[in-house]
Design a binder for this molecule. Structure first.
Ligand code: DGY
Length: 323
């Protein structure tokens, strides 16, 4: 019996790829770079399944290019902004994603950025190699800001936001605030208070973006938002780069409107090396490594492969997108 043909836009870790190769005939982008739009449009022609990642768009044009054989789309991500879910539903194509297995890893990355920014690690690492180490400055050399007794505002108390709050509890955070579309039943687990975004921005010492991207929140963190924050506030983003107006963030960091920022996501990605944000000592940037632990990436790959194969077989998906 012939195996179903699938297109893989970026090869996942071996745990998932092996499962896909056993069950499917694979057409894959195997180079260590993002697939181009044209390659994607050509690659999907006549396939029954697509395994993708953000930012490889699976929109109407890609679905049209694939044609009526397409049954199953699986993304190795929790983010879904690259897939036209409505169009997939209309065409009866199943869509799976990989939430849950990357929650702990992404929460850890968020904490790493909170500590790197609050304890000025970018400056500290540089001081060790550039000769700055040795100053004392009345005992205030490289002093940062503490999480102890602070107010942490989480924009989006979903799985990852909650995991961040739980990890921060032992640091002695005084209060958690959160904003979002709805109050969450489980906010009691971390005694977090549901507030408006404005109040969160005004009262938080640390503002942490953990929300998913939607059609309304591009540029949410702009000049107006940064001006509402405390001058001593630290802003962290482990969600999506497009939530931030990066020119406004640069101005806010340069002028002291806010104290520092830690970004695991930018727009675009990779962020060009000449982007002015790189020149700021109070801006720590990591290359979208939120889920980059061996455990999380292997678990994501396996779950994405199981979703893809279940969709090809017409079975219930282990992890379907919310309907
Ligand atoms: C996700 O899973 O959405 C991560 O951000 C990786 O893209």
């Amino acid at each position: 019996m012939s195996k179903p043909l699938v297109y893989v836009s970026r090869v996942p870790p071996p745990a998932g790829m092996k499962m896909i190769e056993e069950f499917c005939t694979v057409r894959a982008m195997r180079e260590d770079r993002f697939v181009t739009r044209q390659e994607m449009l050509e690659g999907v022609v006549g396939v029954e399944g697509i395994l993708c990642h953000p930012p490889d768009k699976v929109d109407k044009d890609v679905l049209d290019a694939a044609g009526p054989t397409l049954k199953s789309v699986s993304t190795m991500s929790v983010g879904l902004e690259h897939i036209d879910l409505v169009e997939c539903k209309t065409r009866g194509i199943s869509v799976g994603y990989t939430p849950g297995v990357l929650t702990d890893a992404t929460a850890e990355t968020t904490l790493a950025l909170l500590l790197a920014t609050s304890r000025r690690l970018k400056e500290a690492f540089s001081a060790v190699v550039d000769g700055g180490w040795g100053s004392w400055e009345d005992g205030l050399y490289l002093c940062g800001k503490t999480l102890f007794e602070s107010t942490v505002g989480i924009v989006g108390l979903g799985r990852i936001g909650l995991a961040v709050a739980k990890r921060l509890q032992p640091f002695g955070v005084k209060k958690f605030l959160y904003s979002g579309n709805t109050k969450k039943e489980y906010d009691a687990e971390v005694q977090a208070e549901f507030v408006s975004l404005d109040r969160l921005l005004q009262e938080s010492d640390f503002v942490v973006a953990c929300c998913s991207m939607n059609k309304d929140n591009a540029g949410l963190f702009n000049k107006t938002a940064f001006r509402k924050m405390k001058k001593s506030a630290i802003f962290i983003n482990t969600s999506r780069g497009v939530l931030v107006n990066q020119e406004d963030l640069y101005d806010a960091l340069k002028s002291g409107t806010i104290l520092a920022a830690g970004l695991d996501v930018t727009s675009p990605e990779p962020l060009p090396r000449d982007n002015p944000l790189h020149s700021l000592k109070n801006c720590v940037i990591t290359p979208h490594i939120g889920s980059a632990t061996m455990y999380a990436r292997n678990a994501m790959a396996e779950l994405a492969a199981r979703n893809l194969i279940a969709g090809l077989k017409g079975n219930e998906l282990p992890s379907p997108v919310p309907s």
